[in-house]
Design a binder for this molecule. Structure first.
Ligand code: AMP
Ligand code: AMP
Length: 314
């Protein structure tokens, strides 16, 4: 099954991105960004968050629709790979409004709803991209998928995103993943979780192998999705919303109760990967005053294991 990317994929990505910036096809939002790192404590643990103030978020469409859909016919200037996947069912497309350079997306060619779980092909497609990036880029890349009405997603056409972490920045999930050997969470072995964090999250450490296949990835993903669905059901949620973060080492899933904090701060998977984006000084003050941990808790679900006690999963 072929998810092989061209040998020079990273160079191609960089060239395409730089040309699109010059042509004005990409509207880079990061020039005026001012970032700071904030440390917060919960229990005996310390957590670091990367808070970015961006006064001039330009032209970022708030909400797309199936009719007004940028991924139905992506601009050629933004298209990094026109055909990707064994049935050429995907494209790789640069983000038109990035805050971080080289931010790009894997999109389905046909319209598929962003509310659907990731398929085996989508998981292997994203994982293969991550593996290629890991082998030929110095940066720390992660993939993320915002699914459901309260996940922070703005476009309804299926897209998985790829972004780099700030240099030398380790989100909590990196540290949590390092506490265990790989295993597929099951009835007898729960996914990894940090009891000091105030929001429900499920982490699976992936095996350190070149030949991890789509069945493996699907089992890992399904085990996290099961717990997420159980959490949503236990909390009487009327929707299925979660954030999903993947690297070559782990998968992390966070069930979501709300897409925004105090109707002011939009939060997606990046927020749960410790990257907060504030659109003005007032929002930044809110984040500093209320605290990131409290914000993440308010937009997720309480970190209690009670629902697992019934050993009932979907
Ligand atoms: P999300 O908000 O998680 O659904 O992600 C959608 C992403 O698509 C955002 O990061 C937008 O910047 C990006 N985007 C919006 N319009 C376009 C477009 N015409 N071409 C490429 N990317 C876009
Ligand atoms: P939105 O309100 O849909 O524009 O999404 C803003 C959200 O994007 C923030 O609240 C973060 O969760 C997420 N985010 C944080 N940092 C970044 C970043 N550097 N680039 C893109 N998105 C980010």
């Amino acid at each position: 099954m072929s998810f092989k990317l061209p040998e020079d994929f990273v160079k191609h990505l960089e060239d395409k991105y730089n040309r699109a910036i010059q042509d004005g096809a990409i509207i880079f939002n990061g020039d005026s960004a001012v970032s700071q790192v904030k440390e917060e404590t919960a229990g005996e643990s310390k957590y670091r968050f990367h808070i970015t103030l961006l006064d001039s978020l330009k032209h970022r469409p708030e909400k797309g629709t199936e009719e007004k859909n940028p991924f139905a016919k992506p601009e050629p200037e933004l298209t990094i790979l026109q055909d990707y996947g064994p049935s050429q069912e995907f494209r790789l497309v640069a983000n038109k409004f990035p805050v971080v350079p080289y931010h790009f997306l894997l999109v389905t060619k046909d319209f598929v709803s962003q509310n659907t779980p990731l398929s085996p092909h989508e998981l292997l497609g994203a994982f293969s991209v991550l593996r290629t990036l890991k082998s030929s880029s110095k940066d720390n890349w992660f993939a993320f998928y915002n699914s459901g009405p309260e996940s922070g997603a703005s476009q309804p056409h299926k897209h998985i995103q790829f972004m780099t972490l700030p240099a030398q920045f380790e989100p909590y999930a990196n540290l949590l993943a390092n506490t265990s050997e790989p295993f597929i969470p099951s009835e007898v072995k729960e996914p990894l979780t940090d009891q000091n964090l105030p929001f429900r999250h499920f982490l699976a450490k992936l095996p350190d192998t070149q030949d991890i296949d789509q069945e493996d990835l699907t089992m890992y993903f399904a085990s996290l999705l099961q717990r997420t669905l159980t959490t949503l059901k236990y909390n009487n949620a009327s929707h299925i919303s979660y954030n999903f973060i993947m690297t070559t080492s782990y998968m992390l899933m966070i069930p979501r109760s709300s897409g925004t904090y105090k109707n002011t701060l939009g939060l997606n998977s990046c927020g749960y990967n410790c990257l907060l984006l504030c659109k003005n000084k007032e929002v930044q003050d809110l984040v500093i005053d209320d605290g990131v941990l409290q914000i993440l808790a308010a937009c997720g679900f309480p970190n209690e294991t009670i629902e697992e006690a019934t050993s009932y999963h979907y």
